[in-house]
Design a binder for this molecule. Sequence first.
Ligand code: CDP
Length: 195
Amino acid sequence: MRFCVAIDGPAAAGKGTISRAVAAHFGLAHLDTGLLYRAVGMKGGDPVAAARSLSSEDLARPDLRSMAAGEAASRVAVIPEVRAALVAFQREFAQREGGAVLDGRDIGTVICPEADVKLFVTASPEVRAGRRFAETGEGTFAEVLEQVRARDARDMGRADAPLRPAEDAVILDTSDLSIDAAVARACDLIAARRG
Ligand code: CDP
């Protein structure tokens, strides 16, 4: 059975954790699409050539979760040819027999507009910066907050596939929710749609 869950939202809102948990709960494959952009950003050289030749080694780099990789990702993600080069891989993944969860910025709007469930996971910039600061231990809280705000502005302001909730997405604000509570809400929504 094909069943696609699209999970979008800004940096450090909890998309990754929620996506992994719901994928495990329902036995669906999971693709963290941010990793594709992080790998392109960290590969160096011409980003369009990097996106067209992305390999499994590029995706296995140990530094893809760093703040620098997130920053590099959002810079290459504004380039339409980079985005176009990554579409087919993501759509094929979404069509997997057995179902899939994809998380990113444009899954419900561009990659899988026909997804069975669309979630837009968000939280205040301060809460997100606090989580990212605790997770990476890089820089100061003020620096991380500044980066989160800058990344939001770039992701929401770009012309191609800007970050925004799909019209039919369910908004999940995790500012005041524990991760367990957020996962439980997401699982309830998906279970209701799966029937
Ligand atoms: O984990 P975090 O939410 O901080 O970032 P990520 O999901 O790994 O994405 C890193 C960057 O890649 C984002 O800031 C976006 O600019 C870009 N991205 C995108 O444009 N489209 C996606 N589907 C996924 C990521």
